[in-house]
Design a protein around this ligand. Structure first.
Ligand code: FES
Ligand SMILES: [Fe+2]
Length: 305
């Protein structure tokens, strides 16, 4: 069972750190994905990610020095290439047959993202959203739950008309695009007159969808009356804690309506956040929780690394 597991980390894209926090020729190690990982930016500007403990005697490679495209451990000067293999070491004619794991890296939306696996199994959220979108990183939150529980919230069709002050206006529809991605379509009418006025839709309705990607990324797409997307990208920071980074996205060709988007978020997110405190998840799904259960099963079927 991967879902909500304190140590297993499924193969997915995870936000690591801000791009501008890692200059050329710099290395930095971080506690990420329940282990130590070192990121370094080579002289050409390319970022690489390796397991952070040196496979010689275990020094933290974050103390190392970037040399060309390689990282040299500070302790005994063994050097490692972007694929994690040792390339040379003092006193050795041929490099010792040691390697550390390397992770696929991608830079998008001002962040360095790493894929927790030998090769990406699916495109990151930047490809799903498409190029030309305007992306704003809105805030970073730290929450006392596993990342899967943040993502599960978007697939939990029953909570929209209970926790959130909204009446359901259409039956939820679910479609699974592939083994890593599922979408739930919903529509709701806010109970609050003020919010209905603010939304300004002729039918008083908000129509949108939630897409989950991997176990830790979710997109909320509001499609009516105005279009915007919100992406929540999470990563585990402890056995039952996570960091959640929120991006606000306006797709290409769509008018920027930041106040509308922020208003909708403020009407919904504080209620979800409150529930995450004190939540001790148990898989007690009922027959009305089919969408949530399908996400739970999707995560349990994913590979870890
Ligand atoms: S511990 Fe890294 S080279 Fe020895
Ligand atoms: Fe919610």
């Amino acid at each position: 069972m991967n879902f909500n597991h304190p140590d297993r980390v499924v193969q997915s894209w995870y936000p690591a750190m801000r791009s501008r926090g890692l200059g050329r020729g710099k290395a930095r190690s971080l506690d990420l994905l329940r282990r130590r990982i070192v990121l370094y930016r080579d002289a050409g500007g390319q970022v690489h990610a390796l397991d952070g403990q040196c496979p010689h005697l275990g020094a933290d490679l974050g103390h190392g020095k970037v040399q060309g495209t390689e990282l040299r451990c500070a302790y005994h000067h063994w050097c490692f290439g972007p694929n994690g293999a040792c390339t040379r070491a003092p006193f050795f004619d041929a490099p010792p047959a040691r390697r550390t794991r390397s992770y696929p890296v991608y830079e998008a939306w001002g962040m360095i993202w790493i894929f927790n696996g030998p090769a990406p199994l699916f495109p990151g959220p930047w490809e799903v959203v498409g190029s030309g979108a305007r992306v704003f990183r809105v805030y970073t939150d730290h929450l006392p739950v596993h990342p899967h529980l943040i993502t599960l919230n978007g697939m939990d069709a029953c909570h929209f008309s209970a926790l959130h002050p909204m009446a359901q206006t259409r039956a939820p529809e679910v479609s699974q695009e592939d083994a890593f991605r599922t979408t739930l379509r919903i529509g709701g009418r806010p109970h609050s007159r003020l919010l209905r006025w603010f939304i300004g839709s002729p039918t008083d309705e908000l129509i949108g969808e939630f897409t989950v990607l991997g176990g830790n990324i979710s997109f909320a797409t509001v499609t009516y009356p105005h279009t915007f997307k919100v992406v929540f990208a999470t990563d585990p920071t402890g056995p039952a804690t996570c960091r959640s980074i929120t991006f606000l996205i306006f797709p290409r060709g769509v008018r920027l309506r930041p106040l509308f988007a922020l208003g909708v978020l403020l009407a919904v997110l504080p209620d979800d956040r409150r529930i995450f405190f004190g939540l001790k998840f148990q898989p007690g799904f009922s027959e009305h929780d089919a969408c949530a259960r399908s996400f739970y099963e999707q995560v349990n079927a994913m590979a870890t690394w």
